[in-house]
Design a protein around this ligand. Structure first.
Ligand SMILES: NC(=O)c1ccc[n+]([C@@H]2O[C@H](COP(=O)([O-])OP(=O)(O)OC[C@H]3O[C@@H](n4cnc5c(N)ncnc54)[C@H](O)[C@@H]3O)[C@@H](O)[C@H]2O)c1
Length: 286
């Protein structure tokens, strides 16, 4: 990047806003950064980090790239105002596909719209330092991949959004570009509907083990070690097969733990209803 890229983060005092601005702020030679925030708590958090807050009416028209880091449930309302302020030819990045898939993100034909989402540091990645190995979310030194989608707009502007996204979530190993619904099938479908649900059940089962007198540390070690080993096995990273007895247990688990029709989570209608319900739980669609 030869000239400085102007980046505005809306919701810069929130969880993601804080993470991405901490990384963007390290690149003063490449990036001119603006912080937009509307809550007292968020404004204080930004000032406590030594930065200033700029009104959206100033920071958004100034930006080459605007990052909308507000909760998905308010993107419909907030994006109406923010998208109106974008300078023609610039980009808006959102950090989750849900609002765009649900058609709640305001769009404009003269701007580029993208989704960026972090994969989080994988336990298969070889991290270099103690700190990066202990970075479970990413952004604190842990290497990670990101996924991106162009919702609509210009490929060149998207490439600039991609470079900025790689800084937001640095150090990034791969930035994978795919369709917006592909990202939605990764999250919520793969990692929340299925992954988080299964892992939550595993954590509840650790609690049950502890209640029955099994040392908690032993149960956690047993679980984490098996997750590492079995995922390497099932994902083809390890050239090995699980035991015959484990195959039998998987068959039983499919009947006892998973519902017979669980693969319908890959139906488009189920995805749309899940996203609608996640965005507005007060009006469930599934
Ligand atoms: N939290 C995560 O782990 C995570 C991970 C990946 C992606 N994301 C995505 O990041 C986005 C932000 O989520 P979050 O968890 O950081 O939310 P958050 O609630 O922690 O922060 C949102 C911030 O936006 C501010 N805000 C709300 N409306 C605003 C407005 N009109 N103008 C300026 N600021 C406003 C809020 O005051 C708050 O500080 C969402 O799209 C979410 O899906 C979150």
């Amino acid at each position: 990047m030869s000239e400085k890229v102007k980046v505005t983060v809306v919701g810069a005092g929130g969880k993601m806003g804080t993470r991405v601005t901490n990384n963007l702020a390290k690149h003063v030679d490449e990036i001119e950064l603006y912080f937009v925030e509307n809550s007292e708590f968020g404004v204080k958090a930004i000032r406590d980090r030594g930065f200033d807050v700029t009104p959206a009416e100033v920071a958004v028209p100034a930006a080459d790239i605007t990052v909308l880091a507000v909760p998905d449930s308010v993107i419909k309302v907030v994006s109406e105002g923010i998208v109106n302020l974008l300078r023609p030819g610039t980009a808006l990045i959102i950090l989750d596909p849900a609002a765009a898939v649900a058609k709640e993100l305001s769009l404009r034909d003269d701007c580029t719209f993208a989704v960026t989402h972090p994969c989080h540091p994988s336990y298969f990645l070889d991290q270099d330092t103690y700190e990066s190995r202990n970075d479970y979310f990413g952004g604190l030194g842990g290497k990670q991949d990101i996924v991106m989608a162009l919702i609509q707009g210009d490929e060149k502007v998207f490439e600039q959004a991609r470079k900025v996204s790689e800084i937001m979530f640095e150090p990034v190993v791969n930035s994978y570009v795919m369709g917006i619904r592909d990202i939605a099938f990764l999250e919520p479908t793969l990692v929340e509907l299925l992954g988080a649900t299964c892992l939550y059940a595993m954590a509840e089962t650790v609690n049950e083990a502890e209640r029955r007198g099994i040392p908690r540390e032993a149960a956690i070690s047993f679980l984490a070690g098996h997750i590492y080993n079995l995922s390497a096995n099932f994902l083809g990273i390890l050239d090995a097969k699980v035991s015959d007895a484990c195959q039998v247990a998987i068959g039983l688990g499919n009947r006892l733990v998973l519902r017979e029709d669980w693969k319908k989570i890959w139906d488009d209608t189920v995805l749309d209803n899940v996203i609608a319900t996640m965005l507005h739980p007060e009006n469930p669609k599934i």
